[in-house]
Write a protein that binds this ligand. Sequence first.
Ligand code: MN
Length: 213
Amino acid sequence: MQILKQEQIIKHQLPELGYAYNSLEPFIDTKTMEIHYTKHHQAYIDKLNTALEPYPELQKKSAPALLKNLDSIPESIKAAVRNHGGGHFNHSFFWPLLRKNTPVTGKDIEKAITKKYGSYENFRQEFTKASLSLFGSGWVWLTIDKGNLEIIQTNNQDTPISSGKTPLLAIDLWEHSYYLKHQHKRASYVEDFFNVINWNKVNELYINSNGKF
Ligand code: MN
């Protein structure tokens, strides 16, 4: 007898962080990591779960599945899914991108970046410029779309997967990501961010994305 696999209701929850809050010091401070992960990320998850409660069919879908099909979400919860579902997905994507001492040198993603931007240094400048020119809260991303690398900005918790792009790298530019250590100095945070990019992870995402196109 064949047993049909039933889709289960998902209660969205915090993913494993995978490292200690202090492991990104001195670039991202311990207290910021703890509050960002346990309070801000958790709040997006709680609000997403609450919004989905009246919709059992939508409770069976992953955050990416919801965000890739925002048009199909009922108007009554569309903003909540976009903001809190986006917040959940974006932060879940962001945490594994952070690690010290994982340089870009010699990796496939370095070759792709050099091909597109001329040099890693040029890429760093372009990514920084996009990060400093984003008005208000949001994110800057390195995405890949049909093999083409692109630096893009999103506002609030909007996410590139809603527009069909595959993210490889992200920087959270909400002040809650840096205010305790860097206060109003976003440039100082962005500079420090380049010391904690986990290029092993970015490279892995890049290699896996290649197979899709
Ligand atoms: Mn954040």
